[in-house]
Design a protein around this ligand. Structure first.
Ligand code: BGC
Length: 749
């Protein structure tokens, strides 16, 4: 992969981009037009030579030519026709590292944990806006691979959780906002790219129904709700065929059934052929042109000239790229850079961290009362200086530069463990000015415990780094972190644990001992996890560069937590569909099978259908106030088959002492004969209520939605079908047994 320091032509103070004055859009096609993007693309295509078309179909980067803006991908423009150059940069959790410094947002998984599509739109705005400010017009974010299928996946922090509806909807909000900023949005990695172990050769085996109702469904929803103009095919194989030359995935499902009209680009170096891939539906090779340009296979040009690639297909490929440019308005906006609004970006970053942090445990210790605390011990996780960020191509270089980095230099940051400049110690001192707040690194467990013992409250930070290119060896916290937490809790039961991680962590006493010992421990004592000893646990994810302020606001009650888990936290890895990750034989470069035998039972659907209690269920999260659900009613707004719309309504009351937000969740159980999990998320709404306030919430379940809420994929009929029988609607505030207090049934014939 090409990894470059953030080389930017136009740099302002501190490496941030400065506003350029708008340049006039070039060429006749730049003039605004009433024609549709398709018509404009068609008209322009008719004026292009074969070479000009080919130019749009592969990146122009080589190891020695990183492109004028130092980006991950670059396609030169065609000045004669006013076609702007395409500059591609990553950006799943903030504008990607290739362009320079940018606001480090909380992880995408935190955005999903807000369960707030409007706030997810703001999140996408920050990415689109900052890319735009850097002159980037194509984003490589939009990671909608399912997070829970392989919870150890090193890219979980880029994803949006384990449920296709939640993941699809949150990703769609990001992409819509990015495209509204005049940057081509992307959905990736298509498809079933759910683990990093053997990521170039993993050959995913899954039933068609399993795929359609899980990973593909997330893409289907994200695409329908965002109109993303690009899709990135993944490195792995699906059913024995590389994703970037998989005609079933690209031609049949994506372009055929879902009607995708933008272009499919390869993941970086994910191509294995020229003509075969082009015929299978790949439109653009990245980052160079080794196949499409012809160094390693017959070039597309030769193939067109000798008739083995129909010219119509070549035109279709180029038309799709042009169409994306028109759809997002790139002709009108060529060269226009918006001035950077850092204050607004950082305010959004903080809000996402505040709304997306999930309070998992609270035995009455939180919120802390600053007035009555004399001493606070802060321990571990570099909490004196920084918060952790996720690594790989999604790595953001925080504005102001990283506070700390390890393993590799930053910049360029590839392979580095990067900490964003946001100090929990400083943020907590600001909120508790009367208390003595002391920090201990946690390296010496006994000294840290001693500090905890003589303090009124201890706050211990555990941080687990993850990155593209690796999976976590296990969900147990690495190093001595479990032991440290254990020791601090033993020393002072008034201990808050703050987790900074990209996904689920085990909360077991038995650190470093591995899953086998943890499982034995659990058999001896089902209450073994340390989580039962902590007075409070807050999952802050990678909280971004305003994360410290958000954590402090939650701990001291300036913000009432309202984040909900977008993934299941298991009690033990032995409870997962894959207790061990499938890996290739050592040293092998050959494809190796990865059997997703669980099919669509990813995440909570697996736990539910096997009757396994997780540590914390999907959708779970505590608040400082109390919400009560009552009065469930069902009403058909339209009962006609194929148009069914069901209104599910119920009352939510804030019966506690504080204003707060609750995520009212609706799940649907299909008839038992359908062979589905006991329930599937069907909708939700995040509502904000004052103390004593109550409101009737109505959530519509619409058969025409991309989520196919009443249906299952029929392999026999190769379409979605609605099984007859008895359906159950559940409502409440998490997917666990105690979360869904309301239920009602209806029949469909
Ligand atoms: C990643 C993509 C990324 C690309 C460009 C690849 O390694 O898998 O997600 O967009 O690099 O940086």
């Amino acid at each position: 992969m090409l990894r470059r320091a953030g080389l930017l032509v136009t740099l302002g103070l501190a490496g941030l981009p400065v506003a350029l004055s708008p340049q006039p859009p070039g060429g006749a096609e730049g003039a605004s037009s009433n024609l549709s993007p398709d018509d404009r693309a068609e008209a322009l295509l008719a004026r292009m030579s074969l070479d000009e078309k080919l130019q749009l179909l592969h990146g122009a980067l080589t190891e020695y030519n990183p492109g004028p803006l130092g980006t991950a991908g670059y396609i030169p423009g065609i000045a004669r026709l006013g076609v702007p150059a395409l500059h591609f940069a990553d950006g799943s959790v903030g504008a990607g590292n290739q362009v320079g410094q940018a606001t480090a947002l909380p992880s995408s998984i935190a955005s999903a944990a807000t369960w707030d599509p409007a706030l997810a739109y703001d999140y996408g705005w920050v990415i689109g806006h900052q890319l735009r400010a850097y002159g980037i017009n194509a984003n490589l974010g939009g990671n909608v691979n399912l997070a829970g299928r392989e919870p150890r996946c090193g890219r979980t922090f880029e994803m949006k959780g384990e449920d296709p509806l939640l993941a699809g909807r949150i990703t769609a909000a990001h992409v819509r906002a990015i495209q509204d900023q005049g940057v081509i949005g992307c959905l990736k990695h298509f498809a079933l790219n759910d683990q990093e172990t053997g990521r170039f050769t993993a050959d995913v085996r899954i039933s068609e129904r399993g795929a359609r109702e899980s990973d593909l469904l997330a893409f289907e929803i994200a695409l329908r709700e965002s109109d993303a103009q690009s899709v990135m095919c993944s490195y792995n194989l699906v059913g024995g065929v590389y994703a970037c030359e998989n005609s079933w995935l690209l031609n049949e499902v994506l372009k055929g059934e879902w009607g995708f009209r933008g272009f499919v680009m390869s993941d970086w170096y994910a191509t294995h052929s020229s003509v075969k891939a082009a015929l299978a539906g790949l439109d653009q090779e990245q980052p160079g042109g080794s196949f499409f340009g012809g160094q390693r296979d017959r070039s597309l040009k030769d193939a067109v000239l000798d008739g083995s690639l129909p010219e119509a297909r070549l035109n279709d490929m180029a038309r799709r790229v042009l169409r994306a440019l028109f759809a997002v308005g790139l002709f009108e906006q060529a060269g226009v850079r918006a001035p950077l609004d850092l204050a607004k970006s950082e305010a959004i970053a903080q809000r996402v961290a505040e709304e997306g942090s999930v309070l998992l445990v609270n035995h009455g210790l939180l919120p802390l009362d600053a007035g009555s605390l004399r001493s606070i011990a802060m321990i571990g996780g570099h909490a004196d200086a920084a918060v952790l960020t996720g690594g790989g191509s999604a790595q953001v270089i925080p504005t102001g530069g990283p506070a700390l980095w390890f393993s590799a230099p930053c910049p360029p940051c590839w392979g580095a463990i990067v900490w964003a400049p946001s100090s929990p110690l400083r943020a907590i001192r600001a909120l508790a000015p009367g208390a003595g707040v002391q920090f201990h690194t946690g390296e010496d467990t006994r000294a840290a415990a001693a500090l905890a013992r003589r303090s009124d409250v201890a706050i211990v930070f555990a941080a687990e780094w993850q990155s593209e290119g690796m999976d976590l060896p296990s969900l147990t916290l690495s190093g001595q972190q479990d032991d440290l937490i254990h020791a601090v809790i033993d020393a002072n039961p008034r201990t808050v644990v703050v987790l900074e991680s990209g996904g689920a962590q085990l909360m077991s006493w038995t650190s470093g001992a591995g899953p086998a010992l943890a499982a034995r421990e659990r058999r001896k004592n089902p209450n073994a996890p340390w989580v039962h000893g902590a007075a409070a646990v807050l999952a802050a994810w990678y909280p971004g560069q305003r994360g410290a302020e958000a954590i402090a606001n939650i701990l001291f009650g300036a913000v009432n937590p309202s984040g909900k888990l977008p993934l299941t936290v298991p009690l033990s890895e032995s409870d997962l569909p894959h207790p061990v990750i499938a890996a290739p034989p050592p040293g092998s470069q050959e494809p190796f099978p990865v059997h997703y035998h669980e099919g669509f039972l990813a995440g909570y659907k697996w736990f539910d259908s096997r009757g396994i209690e997780p540590l914390f269920p999907f959708g779970y999260g505590l608040s400082y106030t109390v919400f009560e659900f009552s009065g469930l009613q069902l009403q058909w707004l339209d009962a006609a088959p194929a148009r069914r719309r069901l209104a599910v309504s119920f009352e939510v009351a804030n019966t506690g002492p504080r204003a707060g937000a609750e995520v009212a969740q609706v799940y649907l159980g299909l008839p038992p004969e359908a062979g589905e999990p006991p329930k599937r998320l069907a909708g939700w709404e995040k509502i904000r209520l004052q103390p004593g306030e109550r409101r009737r919430v109505t959530i519509e379940i619409d058969e025409r939605d991309a989520s196919h809420p009443f249906s299952v994929w029929s392999e026999a009929r190769r379409q979605w079908v609605t099984p007859p029988g008895e359906y159950t609607v559940f409502a409440g505030n998490h997917s666990g047994k105690r979360g869904l207090k309301l239920s009602a049934r209806f029949r469909l014939e």
